[in-house]
Design a protein around this ligand. Structure first.
Ligand code: UD1
Length: 422
């Protein structure tokens, strides 16, 4: 039996929603915890399948992990004795690449299959490898396994050729216990990187400059236990903000860091939504007269690629021509063919989608092709006429916690059903 979402059309998102901890921080904080033999506590953890898989991997490596309350996790890494994470689990999770940096930092050694995850086009890890090699590690790729080994990791000056979230965090993880100083230039600046640096610093690391494009890490001998709370998920927040704007609704998105959402609020205003910024909340009110606009995705603080599909759905409501240029993942457009099934008029020229908005959408059976695209289909279903089915929802569960219940909280009908169930 396969689960799917049934989304009732022509609905309006209304009310208040509290945002969970950030997936992209959490998937790095857990491997970071393995850099110490002492216990660490991580609060505000999102309960998503990516985290469940990561916990299974950590248990397989010898860590003892237990929940103390719904969202607080205690990790005891004292007995971690393996540097070979199990292939079957690693293949399910792109972010398992963070185990490279953390196990390398802990054991000077790691053997791990090439990471899996969403198919957004080519996702090489050459910049991660370049960093480890600069720190003195030997890297071999053999039969699909990446084998990294270092007698002693040494601080190094690393210039990233592309701005990469994964490479920045991975190099940070390997560098915190390396001998001497590491400098990462052209580093990514995402808030999740700052969150991981704050956690590592609470464990005794010496990282400066996280959140800028030059990060300096002075290696320390040992890390110790610490407690940390995951920052709010700006992508989950953005998902609901865009849903409110697209459905002409009115929503308070609470427990967020509004600064992290500036690229999104700026675009929502440009499209014609009303946005109110509070100290830890954002109010969004949709409008009937949405305006076409152009969006270009870029690394933070640019517009996030992870909200590109949602933005495309919103722009389908805005009369006129909008352009979306995807600069981070060149082939992150697999949602377009599905949206066309609903009557969307979108053409693709290279990295730019040309959206002819303002035409009605009608329900259709859709198939999620990746995590964020799948969530955007729910928003498309809410604005379409009729009932939309979204299949392949395991992708969505990877990064959104019980998304159907979250949409129900804000007054719209999204149901999780099994095939054969009505
Ligand atoms: C992370 C996020 C993902 C988000 C993406 C961009 C996590 C777990 N995932 O993914 O949700 O969409 O950032 O904001 O945090 N690249 C290389 N060589 C490398 C590494 C990356 O060429 O060694 C390229 C990629 O192909 C891509 C670009 O750099 O074109 C950015 O990728 P990167 O920032 O590394 O994305 P991820 O860390 O995989």
């Amino acid at each position: 039996m396969a689960a799917y979402f049934l989304v009732k059309g022509e609905q309006t998102v209304k009310g208040r929603i509290t945002i969970n901890g950030a997936k992209n921080s959490a998937v790095a904080l857990l491997p970071a915890a393995l850099l110490t033999e002492e216990k660490v506590k991580i609060d505000n953890l999102p309960r998503i399948t990516d985290i469940n898989i990561l916990l299974e991997i950590m248990r397989a490596l010898g860590a003892v992990v237990s929940f103390a309350g719904g969202r607080s996790l205690i990790i005891d890494g004292a007995n971690v004795d393996s540097f070979i994470p199990p292939e079957t689990l690693v293949n399910k999770l792109r972010a398992s690449y963070y185990l490279m940096g953390s196990l390398l930092g802990r054991f000077g050694r790691v053997e791990i299959p090439m990471p899996g995850g969403c198919d957004l086009g080519p996702r090489p890890i050459d910049q991660h490898i370049k960093g480890f090699t600069a720190m003195g590690a030997e890297v071999e790729v053999e039969h699909g396994l990446v084998k990294v080994k270092a007698k002693a990791l040494k601080g190094a000056h690393i210039y990233l050729d592309v701005v990469s979230v994964g490479a920045t965090i991975n190099i940070m993880l390997a560098a915190v216990k390396a001998e001497g100083r590491t400098v990462i230039e052209n580093a990514a600046r995402e808030p999740e990187i700052v969150d991981v640096a704050n956690f590592l610093n609470a464990m005794g690391a010496q990282i400066r400059g996280a959140g800028t494009d030059v990060i300096k890490i002075q290696g320390v001998r040992e890390l110790h236990g610490a407690e940390h709370s995951v920052i709010p998920d700006r992508i989950e927040a953005g998902t609901f903000m865009i849903a409110a704007a697209a459905t002409g609704g009115e929503l308070i998105v609470a427990d967020v860091i509004p600064r992290h959402l500036e690229p999104v609020t700026a675009k929502l205003k440009e499209v014609g939504a009303e946005v109110e910024l509070g100290p830890d909340y954002i109010g969004v009110r949709g409008s009937n007269g949405l305006a076409a606009c152009d969006v270009k995705t870029f690394p933070y603080p640019g517009f996030p690629t992870d909200l590109q599909p949602h933005m495309m759905v919103l722009l389908l409501k805005a009369p006129g021509i909008s352009l979306i240029t995807e600069n981070v993942f060149e082939r992150r457009f697999r949602h377009i063919d599905e949206l066309r099934k609903m009557g969307a008029m979108i053409t693709l020229e290279g990295r730019t989608a040309i959206i002819n908005g303002g035409r009605p959408l009608s329900s259709a059976p859709l198939r999620a092709m990746d995590l964020r695209g799948g969530a955007a289909f729910i928003i498309a279903g809410l604005i379409a006429s009729g009932d939309t089915i979204v299949n392949n929802i395991a992708y969505i569960d990877r990064g959104y916690e019980k998304i159907e219940e979250r949409f129900q909280e804000v007054g719209v009908c999204v149901q999780r059903l099994e095939t054969g169930q009505q």
